[in-house]
Design a protein around this ligand. Structure first.
Ligand code: AMP
Ligand code: GLY
Length: 424
């Protein structure tokens, strides 16, 4: 009998996961909690449970008869959803709460990296304003300040000088924009960024195709940090061997260390890497698929995603398994609501979604009186596929241009450097 798979979450990442699961030759039954308008339009059953309501998710998974629960976002992972599902006898893709701490706490992640020799930026932990001000007067600039909480990519401030670092300290310890939190003061690293996600089975880390993410809101990497405004895959210069070499340096030591500590890592381990002149450095680890990296990576997957995810839930289950990729390029452009990542409008009708030569993954959308309307900051992800970076990029932007809603905002330079990089 076909597997019954419940996907937890309702963003573009989860829509891409759902579509890729539906392509499996195993023909699984798929449901989503809470999903979004696009996931519902794909004919997937929607369970009306919030992605952070752990007890209700366990109940919904049991009632629906899920054989496997695939957890998209970090919050339920950090809150222990996978542990609670295991207690209820339901298999889940994703790390336990103990292993998910690698994303939940930046100070924990830093200690772990130090203990197992993963290269990362030097740092100190600032516990209060006095300690912060003392460190700021002797820090090197630019300096990086990070809230030690889950902040959807927005808790990072890069301060060019001490004056701006002091302003950042007001944001963290005065205004308390991110609540009660310690702050990590980190050495600024210069270089190209790369997102490398690896499937982990508690023993081994198997890298997926590398991707490039665009974190800033505006063209030319200007403006505030966001959850991600676009992505592409593959990345020129990073073939399978390079990815495996990076995973040996960044992911495998973490998997080995967590296994040694009795909290084995299962699921996706996402390394945000800075490729510096002195070699790769890990900027952060996340305990889940990247968003919007997943929307560019999964459309290129040739292997059966159901098999890959199930194998990751079993100790050593990935032995002998290598994900296979098409030679296509994928470019994902995020369409965001006006004002994002600050306050933004909701409830605007979206038109032009039909008949596009691109994959459209919904994020913040809802259905209202038979119309699709905006319901979040990042609204849609448009992924163009093609035999070259240029072709994929053209398809993505052509489709993105045909979709309309009030206040639509997007970057116009996603993957421009891949087109140049692929030509040289
Ligand atoms: P994080 O949430 O830690 O990945 O930080 C978000 C973004 O801030 C990263 O993708 C980088 O663009 C930037 N960033 C974080 N840490 C550093 C660093 N040490 N040096 C330079 N840029 C950084
Ligand atoms: N694209 C960044 C993230 O998923 O954290």
């Amino acid at each position: 009998m076909a597997a019954r798979i419940l996907v937890v979450g309702g963003g573009g990442r989860e829509h891409a996961l759902v579509r890729t699961l539906l392509r499996s030759p195993q023909r699984p039954r798929v449901a989503a909690a809470p999903g979004n308008a696009g996931i519902a339009r794909d004919g997937v059953e929607i369970l009306p449970v919030g992605a952070e309501d752990v007890p209700a998710l366990v109940g919904a998974a049991r009632d629906w008869g899920a054989d496997l629960v695939v957890v998209g976002p970090e919050a339920p992972l950090v809150a222990g959803l996978v542990d609670r599902l295991a207690e209820a006898g339901i298999a889940a893709f994703g790390p336990s709460a103990a292993a998910a701490r690698i994303e939940g706490s930046k100070t924990y992640a830093k200690e772990l990296m130090r203990d197992c020799g993963v290269p990362t930026a030097g740092h100190v932990v600032l516990r209060d304003r006095e300690e912060a001000l003392a460190h700021l007067s002797r820090a090197a600039y630019p300096a990086v300040l990070k809230a030690d909480v889950l902040a959807a990519g927005k808790g990072v401030i890069i301060a060019p000088d001490e004056a701006e670092a002091r302003e950042a300290i007001d944001v963290f310890f005065g205004e308390k924009r991110f609540g009660e939190t310690e702050v990590v003061l980190e050495e600024f690293l210069d270089g190209e960024e790369l997102s490398l996600l690896a499937l982990c089975d508690g023993e081994r880390a198997v890298p997926l195709a590398p991707a490039q993410d665009y974190k800033r809101a505006l063209d030319g990497d200007a403006g505030p940090n966001t959850g991600g405004m676009g992505s592409y895959s593959p990345v020129p210069g990073f073939d399978r061997e390079t990815a495996e070499e990076l995973a040996r340096v960044a992911h495998q030591p973490i998997v080995d260390e967590l296994r040694r500590r009795g909290t084995p890592y299962h699921g996706i381990l996402y390394a945000g890497l800075m490729l510096t002149a002195d070699g790769p450095r890990v900027l952060e680890f996340n305990c889940r698929f990247g968003d919007p990296e997943t929307q560019a990576v999964l459309p290129r997957l040739r292997s059966d995603l159901v098999e890959l995810l199930e194998a990751s839930t079993r100790p050593g289950g990935l032995a002998g398994i290598e994900p296979e990729w098409t030679s296509d390029w994928a470019v994902t452009v995020v369409l965001a609501a006006g004002g994002y990542p600050g306050d933004y409008r909701r409830g605007d009708e979206i038109t032009g979604l039909d008949g596009l030569q691109a994959e459209v993954f919904h994020a913040g959308t809802a259905e209202s009186d038979g119309r699709v309307v905006t319901a979040g900051g990042r609204v849609l992800n448009v992924t163009g596929l093609g035999p070259s970076a240029a072709a994929a990029r053209e398809r993505a932007y052509e489709a993105a241009g045909k979709i309309e809603f009030n206040g639509k905002q997007m970057r116009s330079d996603i993957a421009a450097r891949a087109v140049v990089g692929a030509e040289v």
